[in-house]
Ligand binder design. Structure first.
Ligand code: FES
Ligand code: FE2
Length: 367
């Protein structure tokens, strides 16, 4: 493990001049969850967007093939294809009934003259259904096969119960990464968490990832109910090394948080969170957050079901507070037209570098 202080910091000049992170687009050459699987019914379509690009997800009826994804814009007159009709594994545009196959090829125009050839079709995207989401490879399709797909072994581990996160948040995705990585914001959650003091133990980084370890101590007073249920920590728990451990990792473009409780006697984290923040609009001032909260079941059988409503309430409360504050950050950025942040925490300085150098510059604002 390298120490926080000795790690090499990549500064703006090394990456070829300063670039505003909030004007940096999320790199499209990755697998992104763009919908909850259950929101796309058999024989139906669903219109989504990634950085302003309209994409239609199509689920053929049972036995007629897997989910597929096309540009959500008819090649004829650009109307959204998600208004169309699914027939077999074809999608018919609702206007003049041009038909597209799963590769986006236009395979029929009902009124085509015999002497005419079929027009060009629409763009298609690689799609995969997993972990309760529909993932789409949004970038260069030639890279889809070789680009790593998220690996979430905890998802199918029967020792865990999971909950899917789904919300639209009006901020640039970078504020989301910074919010979770910077545990120094526990003050924001004082009403739910009481007074908690985080200690940064270590920061490690590579070309496309950065992770930080923290431990926590309670400043004073009683442990609030929320924390007690959420992480199952008892007053007398003592781990091998005597404290809880939280590791937060941005492994571009995703983010994870794992939490091991002191004295739990297992290597399995009590909490395993996986998140992805997809920009929805062309300016990337809003993001669709999808995630999975995976919680290790307590030893007592069935206990997790009793705790579940409470865990739901507690996590919703925390996310609600985070949402309010990151949206306020975006509004401040928009009012000022620039990132005037005085970031003094090294882990976040380096996270900003990482997100900037892995992303893509955005085109000038659309007004
Ligand atoms: S607009 Fe789609 S078929 Fe005409
Ligand atoms: Fe938070």
């Amino acid at each position: 493990m390298s120490s926080v202080h000795t790690l090499h910091r990549i500064d703006a000049t090394e990456r070829g001049g300063p670039r505003d992170l909030r004007r940096t687009g999320l790199h499209p050459d990755h697998w992104y969850p763009l919908a909850r699987a259950r929101d796309l019914k058999p024989g139906k379509t669903l219109g989504v967007t990634f950085g302003g690009e309209p994409i239609v997800l199509v689920r053929p009826l049972e036995g007629q093939g897997d989910v597929f994804a096309l540009e959500d814009r008819c090649a004829h007159r650009q109307v959204p294809l998600h208004l169309g009709v699914v027939k077999g594994d074809r999608l018919l545009c609702s206007y003049h009934c041009w038909a597209y196959n799963r590769s986006g090829k236009c395979i029929n125009v009902p009124y085509l003259d015999e002497k005419q050839t079929l027009p060009n079709g629409v763009r298609s995207y690689a799609a995969r259904e997993q972990y309760g989401f529909i993932f789409v490879f949004t970038g260069n399709q030639a890279l889809a096969e070789t680009t790593p797909f998220p690996d979430l072994p905890t998802y199918s581990n029967p020792a865990y119960k999971h909950r899917l996160l789904d919300r639209t948040i009006n901020c640039h995705y970078s504020f989301m990464h910074e919010n979770l990585m910077d545990m120094n914001h526990q003050f924001l959650h004082r009403s739910l968490m009481g007074s908690i003091r985080p200690t940064l133990l270590d920061v490690r980084e590579g070309d496309d990832w950065l992770e930080a370890d923290y431990t926590f101590s309670r400043a004073a007073g009683k442990q609030p109910l929320g924390e007690r249920f959420m992480i199952g920590r008892g007053k007398h728990d003592v781990a091998k090394d005597g404290h809880d451990l939280m590791t937060i990792r941005t492994g571009y473009p995703y983010q994870t948080l794992k939490f091991w409780t002191a004295g739990s006697g297992t290597d399995q984290p009590a909490l395993d969170l996986w998140n992805a923040y997809m920009p929805t609009d062309v300016d990337q001032r809003a993001n669709q957050t999808y995630g999975l909260i995976m919680i290790r079941k307590p030893g007592i059988p069935g206990m997790i079901h009793l705790l579940w409503p409470f865990i739901h309430w507690f996590t919703e409360g925390i996310f609600g507070q985070d949402r309010e504050i990151v949206e306020a950050e975006q509004r401040a950025y928009d009012q000022q037209g620039a990132d005037r942040n005085q970031e003094i925490f090294p882990a976040i300085q380096r996270l900003k570098d990482l997100l900037t150098r892995r992303g893509v510059p955005l085109p000038p604002r659309q007004g």
